[in-house]
Design a protein around this ligand. Structure first.
Ligand code: NAP
Length: 285
């Protein structure tokens, strides 16, 4: 069996085209979504991420700005900037690019984002809403993963799903979303003792660890769906996933590549959530 390749770029392209149409419809009512991104410091990868988000937002007709702050900015200065954006009526969604410099507490910053503008869904209030089933901004990578599974018409009901990695930004929220779709989810992490057995019995594997070639062909059940969230720079400088793509694609039923799998959907869901923020602000469901 050769796996179906779940092409994140194509799925993202279709999704963004629909978002663009919605933005155009809103503009006719003089409603223009705006994404503001706070970037502190000069980390190369972070700069490239925020530039991609800005470009993607502008491409679908949104306004986007990068608030670039100095590496030596104090926590108070970042909080002041955030407060300004929280109160700026023209701003629909706010992202704070992480990692932040050591002197700035990530937890304090995420807590200070107005929950109604928190398009990453990392404010504790929004995390709580996710778990109580209230309307909220669902974190972008988990939401993107669910969109890939939906697009590929994967029925999750009653299926065994293994999620590897238990971070707050990927593993835990995606486990919740998969459970909501009636999957039976096993959340694996570095201390798990039965990883091999769980993986071999899984109909779907979502790997969000950051270790190249963690998931090999011998761990994958024939026909399983494999979603690779990993994004680790390899020795050749290129980004690699957690999954040994070349061998696993011979046995899996469907698989996402890296790059070009989950990544494009993550950015797309930032745009999705920014649009939602602006719609909700205007009482549009
Ligand atoms: P993280 O916070 O570092 O969490 C990694 C998780 O992997 C931890 O829960 C850790 O377990 C677990 N782990 C480590 N070694 C393991 C092993 N041998 N077996 C099983 N579990 C193991 O990472 P993250 O922020 O979730 O990101 C994970 C990966 O996804 C990274 O490569 C990141 O770059 C990528 N990513 C990609 C996107 C995208 O849009 N494509 C978005 C976000 C993240 P413990 O909890 O026990 O330490």
């Amino acid at each position: 069996m050769v796996a179906k390749i779940l092409d994140g770029k194509e799925i993202a392209k279709d999704y963004r085209a629909k978002l663009k149409e919605e933005v155009e419809r809103l503009k006719k009512q003089n409603i223009v979504p705006k994404l503001s991104v706070i970037l502190v410091g000069n980390d190369g990868a972070s700069q490239s991420y925020v530039n991609s988000k800005k470009k993607a937002a502008e491409k679908i007709g949104m306004i986007s700005e990068i608030v670039h702050m100095d590496e030596s900015s104090t926590e108070e200065e970042v909080l002041n900037e955030l407060e300004r954006l929280n109160h700026d009526d023209s701003v629909s969604g706010i992202l704070v690019q992480v990692p932040l410099p050591d002197q700035v507490s990530e937890a304090k910053i995420l807590e200070a984002i107005d929950p109604s503008k928190d398009v990453d869904g990392f404010n504790p209030i929004n995390i709580g809403r996710l778990y109580t089933g209230e309307r909220t901004f669902i974190p972008c990578t988990p939401l993107g993963i669910m969109e890939i599974l939906k697009h590929a018409d994967i029925d999750l009901k009653g299926k065994n799903v293994a999620v590897i990695g238990r971070s707050h930004i990927v593993g835990q929220p995606v486990s919740k979303l998969l459970t909501d779709q009636d999957a039976t989810v096993t959340l694996l992490h570095s201390k798990s003792q039965n990883t091999e057995e769980v993986l071999k019995n899984s109909d779907v594997i979502v790997s969000a660890v950051g270790r190249i070639h963690l998931v090999t062909k011998d761990l994958v059940k024939p026909g399983a769906v494999v979603i690779d969230v990993g994004n680790t720079p390899g020795e050749d400088g290129k980004l690699k996933g957690d999954v040994d793509f070349q061998s696993v694609k011979e046995i899996a039923g469907a698989i996402t590549p890296v790059p070009g799998g989950v990544g494009p959907l993550t950015i797309t869901m930032v745009l999705n959530n920014t649009l939602l923020a602006e719609k909700w602000k205007n009482g549009i469901e």
